[in-house]
Design a protein around this ligand. Structure first.
Ligand code: ADP
Ligand code: MG
Ligand code: MG
Length: 905
């Protein structure tokens, strides 16, 4: 028979910290603390398995449960020398929820269970503290009627009409009538009267008597805690956090200790180190003469735990050792030590002091900021508490974002006015004045002011404004929309797809949820969370923690997979190197057609696109050549000694076709044709489905001279650099292929030019590779064939995902959220590799490619290359490197090291 009840107390326990699945986090850690001899009030935990059985049977307790609970209660009663329901010496208990993973505030807990007309007099006599007993009783009525009689019964009152809110208002009314500031000001008599009024109100509101026997209360509370697993809030929280519905919650029944017995009692919460900074200082808050939630409920300003945790708000309040004596604080400080040694991590603890005696009520590994995670990992390594691998695992890759970008101060954020929400597309925080056009962003920035560029969506024409702006906000678009890609590439704060924005760029204003904002209004973006706020909010400096370098060095020592960057300009390449990139995995020459100084090459590109015959085209290409060559040469030079994967032109034609009249007129002049002819050619270039149109290698198949010009630029750049004493390592990457014959046709051109170029420069060879981007399912499936010619593969997972799902990259905004919400897909596959579909194609391509060419080099250059889960997938799939935007490079390095450590386990 399955055991449903696990006891703890008196230095012993039937479970330990490893059993969170069965006992929930709270139950497992209470057992652990009891075992290591910490002062834990005795109790027992009813397992999550029992919860599942109870919920699946529609609320029937398993047969054996009653007996097991009785036996456990007897054990607790012995230790406490009190009896549950006893009129002389009544034991009170709490019934506490606790899932495998902490779900803060999502489930329920009931305190002071066992107070009834039969036990109240006994407890008063025993404690000699009538006020305390009625304070405990009014708390029981408030919590029990709310949790057991209302929520667990599925009653859903309108906001503010729930029984708890009503009782709170009654308490508030008494305080107001008497001019009291705090709950603790109420007299015994007032509490007594209030309890009677509470019970009447409960009956009126919920239609049944407040239960007056300890036994009924106990079983009512146990069932209600189980049911709280299926509470509305808990369910939606699980959906967001991806927690399975069948985990269930445990119930811990624990003997009560009382922080509300007067001024020598109290309750508090603490972190064994500062969770915001990581400083190795005991950090916490407590409230005298209080119980349970009072610390976090914000009813009273909590006292500082010690001098280190004093701040402007609590400066006037005594610390724990000031109020209770150095002994009590010292004991707690010892607990801190014991726990850290045991868990080898920072813990978040809850404690209660009953008449100067300390009790531990909870501990768990504490949440922390990125800065804190880094500092703690390095400190604990130095202290000898953890080893290197553990230190590396302690920082979540995405937490590095906080260390690389200025961020919105989380404290200040709490009280900020939220305007709207969107998708967190570019990390960090930004603030500035709203502008609605790229030009205005540039103009404002020139004046030395910060601009936030607000657009319906962005296009390549906005790039300059995007570069100038501090942050970007769009109403449309998904995580791989133009704005998102560009912003992430630069590490710029960006929020996309904020659908509630009604932008009127002409009138230079926007409406959102009934409010209007105009050009010049100041807003703040939290790009890491997708939140838009009014006004300026305090920012935190992305302080260059000197320890980051030390940490990253350690990371690199554990990493086996390479990390490169996607960079399009020499400046980006430099940035990427600073972040530790070991090469460029994707260099797009298209970049020179956007932004600053792009007028001349863009004009030539348009001329080339609109050329109608080879002669016109070749003349345009000839003019374009110096631009292409210089950007390639400069980047190869910047990356001296490191590989640079240069993708052949993959211009989305529809983006470059000139729509403006004066541009068309000028082109007509240069091409020596009339305007109508230009228009005709423009129209002819319109494609129904440009994403699958005349792009990538297809362009070079139709117009080999385009390919030729680029290959020449690459080879000439490399040859010149070699003669300048440099070590260029170019890799030619052919995009959007689906057959090896495409590669072969292009290769013929390469084989013609290559010997010419090195001979002209007096060289014997150039260190160069020829390969392909794998971004169509067919190329992946034909990996063995592709590898006959390709010396490397690089998975272009943006297009590969688009073509595998049949989801247009630019149009997912309309349905992606529904797909996520309805659980059709777990994560946006444009952000994190879809391991079951796209991942399968990757595995096939790797396997088949290596079967043909053993030493074929394989990487990934899609957006997902900087996503930690995708990095881990790539490691497992045996990729040689991942490539991502420069700002993601440190994240990918850490994720790659963690993948190696986890897989080794
Ligand atoms: P949560 O999971 O929401 O933190 P808890 O089960 O930890 O809920 O309980 C809420 C509060 O009640 C905690 O602050 C805890 O300190 C207090 N509490 C719970 N059980 C007891 C007990 N047996 N004695 C005294 N206080 C308790
Ligand atoms: Mg708690
Ligand atoms: Mg592509």
């Amino acid at each position: 028979m399955k055991k449903f009840v696990y006891c703890f107390g008196n230095g012993e326990a039937e479970g330990d910290a490893s059993q969170t699945e069965l006992l929930g986090g709270k139950g497992a850690n209470l057992a652990e603390m009891a075992q290591i001899g910490l002062p834990v009030p005795p109790g027992f935990t009813i397992t999550t398995e029992c919860c599942n059985q109870y919920l699946n049977s529609g609320g029937v307790y398993p047969d054996q449960l009653q007996e097991e609970v009785q036996a456990a209660m007897i054990m607790v009663e012995k230790i406490m020398d009190m009896k549950f329901g006893d009129p002389e010496s009544p034991l009170l208990v709490s019934c506490r929820s606790g899932g495998r993973q902490s779900m803060p505030g999502m489930m329920e807990t009931v305190l002071n269970v066992g107070l009834a007309s039969s036990t109240i007099p006994g407890l008063i006599k025993k404690t000699g503290n009538e006020r305390f007993v009625y304070d405990a009783y009014r708390r029981l009525i408030m919590m029990y009627s709310d949790v057991v009689m209302e929520k667990a019964e599925g009653i859903e009152p309108e906001d503010g009409h729930g029984v708890r809110a009503q009782l709170d208002r009654m308490l508030g009314a008494v305080k107001k009538a008497r001019g009291y500031e705090s709950d603790t000001d109420l007299s015994t008599e007032e509490l007594k009267v209030l309890c009677e009024q509470f019970k009447l109100r409960v009956k009126e509101t919920l239609g049944s008597e407040f239960p007056d026997t300890p036994e009924d209360q106990l079983w009512g509370a146990i069932g209600a805690v189980f049911k709280s697993w299926n509470g509305k809030r808990a369910k939606s929280y699980r959906r967001i956090e991806n927690i399975p519905d069948d985990w269930g919650t445990a119930v811990t029944v624990q003997s009560m200790v009382f922080g509300n017995m007067g001024d020598t009692s109290g309750t508090g919460v603490a972190f064994t180190r500062n969770p915001a900074t990581g400083e190795n200082l005991f950090y916490g808050e407590w409230v005298p003469n209080a119980q349970g939630e009072d610390v976090v409920a914000g009813i009273r300003t909590p006292n500082p735990l010690n001098n280190e945790t004093k701040n402007d708000q609590n400066d006037h309040l005594p610390s724990l050792s000031d109020a209770m004596g150095a002994d009590v604080y010292g004991e707690l400080d010892n607990v801190r030590d014991t726990l850290e040694k045991r868990y080898k991590d920072m813990l978040d603890i809850e404690f209660t002091i009953q008449d100067k005696k300390l009790f531990m009520l909870q501990c768990r590994v504490g949440k922390r900021t990125g800065t804190a995670a880094l500092n703690m990992a390095m400190d604990m390594l130095e202290e000898g508490l953890i080893d290197k691998n553990t230190a590396i695992m302690r920082v979540k890759p995405l937490q590095l974002n906080e260390l690389l970008h200025p961020i919105v101060d989380p404290e200040a954020e709490k009280t900020a006015v939220l305007i709207t929400k969107g998708l967190p597309a570019g990390p960090g925080g930004a603030q500035g004045r709203i502008v609605f056009t790229s030009e205005d962003a540039v103009e404002l920035t020139k004046q030395g002011r910060s601009a936030i560029l607000v657009r319906e969506e962005t296009s390549p024409e906005d790039v300059e404004g995007m570069r100038a702006a501090k942050g970007i906000l769009t109403a449309r678009g998904g995580m791989t929309s133009h704005a998102a890609l560009v912003a992430r590439g630069w590490g710029k704060c960006c929020i996309v797809g904020a659908g509630a924005l009604e932008i009127n760029a002409k009138a230079k204003k926007l409406k959102v949820n009934g409010k209007t904002y105009v050009e010049g209004d100041i807003i703040t973006l939290n790009g890491s969370r997708g939140l838009v706020y009014e006004d300026r909010i305090k920012m935190m400096d992305a302080t260059k923690n000197p320890r980051l370098a030390a940490f990253m060095q350690m990371v690199d020592e554990s990493r086996t997979m390479g990390v490169r960057a996607n960079a399009d300009t020499p400046e980006d390449a430099r940035q990427a190197k600073e972040f530790g990139a070991e090469g460029i995995g994707l260099f797009r020459t298209e970049h020179m057609f956007y932004g600053a100084n792009s007028e001349a090459p863009l004009f030539l590109l348009r001329k080339m696109i609109l050329s109608e015959n080879q002669k016109e085209r070749e003349s345009a290409l000839e003019d374009l050549y110096p631009f292409v060559k210089s950007t390639i040469k400069n980047t190869l030079e910047e990356m001296n000694g490191m590989p640079v994967t240069i993708r052949l032109l993959d211009p989305p034609l529809h983006e470059f076709v000139p729509h403006m009249k004066d541009m068309q007129v000028e082109l007509a002049k240069v091409l020596d044709i009339d305007l109508a002819e230009v228009r005709k050619r423009c129209d002819a270039l319109q494609e129904t489905n440009p994403m699958m149109g005349h792009r990538g290698v297809r362009l070079g198949i139709t117009y080999p001279e385009i390919t030729k010009m680029q290959l020449k630029a690459i080879l000439e750049s490399a040859a010149e650099l070699i003669n300048e004493g440099k070590n260029p390592i170019p890799e030619i990457m052919v995009p959007v292929t689906c057959d090896v014959k495409e590669l072969n046709i292009t290769k013929i051109i390469f084989d013609q030019i290559y010997p010419e170029v090195y001979a002209n420069h007096g060289l014997k060879s150039i260190n160069i590779k020829y390969g392909t981007m794998v971004e169509t399912p067919r190329a992946a499936l034909l990996g063995d064939k592709m590898a006959e010619t390709a010396e490397f593969f690089s998975f272009g997972t943006n297009d590969l995902t688009q073509l595998t799902f049949g989801f247009s990259r630019d149009d997912t905004g309309g349905f992606m959220n529904d797909y996520l919400e309805k659980g059709i897909i777990g994560v946006d596959p444009f952000q994190s590799i879809d391991t079951s579909g796209v991942g399968e194609l990757i595995k096939i391509a790797v396997e088949r490619g290596r079967a043909t060419r053993k030493d074929i080099k394989i990487g990934i250059c899609g957006e997902q290359g900087g996503d930690p889960a995708s990095v881990r997938f790539c490691y497992k799939a045996g990729l040689d490197y991942v490539s991502c935007s420069p700002f993601r490079v440190p994240i990918a390095r850490l994720a790659a090291a963690q993948a190696a450590i986890m897989e080794a386990k």
